[in-house]
Design a protein around this ligand. Sequence first.
Ligand SMILES: NC(=O)c1ccc[n+]([C@@H]2O[C@H](COP(=O)([O-])OP(=O)(O)OC[C@H]3O[C@@H](n4cnc5c(N)ncnc54)[C@H](O)[C@@H]3O)[C@@H](O)[C@H]2O)c1
Length: 290
Amino acid sequence: MDLRGRSAVITGAGHGIGRAIALALGKAGANVAVADIDEAAAEAVAKEVADLGVQSLAARVDVAREQDVVDLADRAFAAFGSVEVLVNNAGIIPDSRKLWQFGAEDFDWCFAVNVRGVMNGIRAFVPRFVASDSPAWVVNTGSEHSLGIPHLRAGIYTASKHAVLGLSDVLKRELPPHIGVSVLCPGIVDTTLWRATERRQDDHGGRAPADPAAASVMQHGLPAEVVGQKVREAIEQEHFFILTHPHVVKFARERWEAIEAAFSHQAPRYDGDEDFDVTNIARKVRDAKR
Ligand SMILES: NC(=O)c1ccc[n+]([C@@H]2O[C@H](COP(=O)([O-])OP(=O)(O)OC[C@H]3O[C@@H](n4cnc5c(N)ncnc54)[C@H](O)[C@@H]3O)[C@@H](O)[C@H]2O)c1
């Protein structure tokens, strides 16, 4: 999809990967709505985008709140006339702990932002994309943890990023042909993700100091600009997976090999096994009712 003259809405664009995507899409000639829970950061990035010679707007949005995201869609469509690209990028990571040491509030916060936030974006924008004839694109930010890296002490985050892959995989098959989907699956990127608790909403426990030890790990990550550029290229070249860290293939392959070995041992294929393919069953039931 050619980005020139298009308009994009990017959540979590006040810092890190979202900011880098905003600048990359702005450089490609797209107008950009910079949405973030950190309003001052959104305004600063919107200014950087405007300096590229395209239109921009800044919006304070909590992606976990459906009405915030609906209002964002209304504002962006009104300001730009249309929107063709949605990047559901806002995300957080709870403190590092073993799975059984997390509280229910950590789970609720992580899924409210990382998963319901993506759903809120899909619900607010996709019906408008479907109603229009213009080509449109949705990018959802997952992670290497969507693909099979079992990140110790980040079990809830890992589960939330698997959910983002699941949503994206189904969405891709449900959409009409003029709308595409990508799922961004980066490894470690040098961003402010380690400061997530400093921006936590009051209804999820409020702000808390971040662990500076996490900063010293994250600063060894890939520069966010590299990821922003990859997202631009994936939209232009219409790719589903957006991959940034080559070594991750090793973990994805390990997972697949374990699944394949388990199948060949426990459930080897036989002629007619597709009688239990749920898609085939649903089609047969539908056809019988016609
Ligand atoms: N940095 C990494 O190593 C890495 C790796 C894989 C995936 N990711 C994912 O990339 C995305 C961007 O994270 P990042 O690394 O740039 O971190 P970041 O903290 O630098 O950026 C995240 C942005 O989201 C905003 N945000 C947080 N909660 C929000 C909410 N409820 N509503 C709206 N905005 C909110 C923050 O203010 C911040 O500007 C996240 O989904 C993250 O899970 C990051």
